[in-house]
Design a binder for this molecule. Structure first.
Ligand SMILES: Nc1ncnc2c1ncn2[C@@H]1O[C@H](COP(=O)(O)OP(=O)(O)OP(=O)(O)O)[C@@H](O)[C@H]1O
Ligand SMILES: [Mg+2]
Length: 306
């Protein structure tokens, strides 16, 4: 009997969210921030999440970071079940399994500690000796291109440099996953470019899985995959693919609409408006395609006069 080669067995996704819900309750008001979200992220993937304000991006990232608990559904990171983890396991998860970078540079760093000390803090809290913490922090600051800024305080560095220190802090305990919520939101385009280059570099060098929430319009050129969230669900996905026609090699982007386990997909609102589709549409199976058509005026009249 022969077994398939290990390379043929698909690796389970590092992040797996299925039908994920997050409902915030304030007094008697319920806000559904995630409504049946599905997401898979491969180990060592560099991907981004985009979406309008209020679509649920930060909610998702906070759940993946172990900072917030989902209301229902399934969420696994590295085989750990985020819905059933105990408080103690959650603390351990946050300390060892995930690094987090916030948009506000000021929220990531301790203002009265220099770059080196900021990176040493999580190491020392984790029980690493002062000497080892110093060596690891120095190495990380070199890795993020700040070997010349070891003793600068946060306010003696540019916003982009502060975010690079924040990334070093997030990676101090060598987590396999790095999450960043609009890490370039406060930076100019050059600062943002350097931060994105750094994410690519860290992803290739250390194999860290990276998920970035961003509004950067050029993000598709900088990561392997961009997933868009709309109204608390994943809606579309853009892949970067290398196209080689024998003469030139270039990146091309393929865009897909995501279809969930129940067969649901989202049609962009602008398409619905252009076709005047409201609460019902006709599906026609064609040759290798499915067409979505508006209800005809006659059919509508017939239905309403019944
Ligand atoms: N702690 C909270 N309590 C109540 N409602 C919340 C809370 N956090 C988020 N929400 C609501 O959940 C929804 C999703 O918010 P979220 O912060 O995830 O959006 P976002 O996509 O990150 O938006 P932005 O691009 O503006 O950062 C919003 O309607 C928001 O008002
Ligand atoms: Mg947000």
């Amino acid at each position: 009997m022969t077994y398939p080669a290990a390379a043929n067995i698909p690796e389970p996704p590092y992040i797996l969210c299925e039908d994920l819900f997050k409902i915030y309750k304030i007094a008697n008001l319920e806000v559904v921030a995630l409504r049946g979200l599905d997401l898979k992220v491969r180990r060592r993937e560099l991907m981004a999440i985009v979406g309008a304000s209020g679509s649920g991006k930060s909610t998702l990232l906070n759940i993946l970071a172990g900072l917030d608990q989902p209301s229902a559904g399934r969420a696994f990171v590295g085989g750990r079940d985020l819905l059933t983890m105990s408080a103690a396991e959650m603390v351990e998860y946050r300390r060892r399994q995930v690094g987090f970078v916030w948009q506000q540079t000021g929220r990531n760093l301790i203002p009265y500690l220099d770059a080196l000390q900021n990176v040493e803090v999580p190491l020392i809290l984790d029980g690493v000796s002062k000497r080892q913490a110093h060596d690891r922090a120095t190495e990380l600051l070199h890795a993020v291109g700040l070997g010349e800024r070891l003793n600068h305080l946060p306010n003696q560095m540019s916003g982009g440099e502060q975010q690079r220190v924040s990334i070093a802090v997030a990676l101090a305990n060598d987590p396999p996953l790095l999450l960043a919520d609009e890490p370039t939101g406060e930076l100019d385009s050059i600062g943002a470019s350097r931060v994105f280059e750094l994410f690519g570099d860290l992803n290739r060098r250390f194999g860290v899985t990276i998920v970035i929430v961003t509004h950067d319009p050029d993000i598709a050129a900088r990561v392997d995959r961009v997933v868009a969230i709309r109204d608390g669900r994943t809606s579309t996905e853009i892949f970067r693919r290398v196209h080689d026609d024998g003469n030139t090699t270039e990146f091309v982007h393929d865009e897909y609409v995501l279809v969930d386990a129940a067969g649901r997909l989202q049609i962009p609102r602008s398409y619905l408006e252009r076709l005047n589709i409201h609460d019902r549409a006709k599906l026609l199976m064609g040759e290798g395609r499915v067409e979505v058509l508006p209800e005809t005026a006659a059919a509508r009249h017939d239905r309403e006069s019944r």
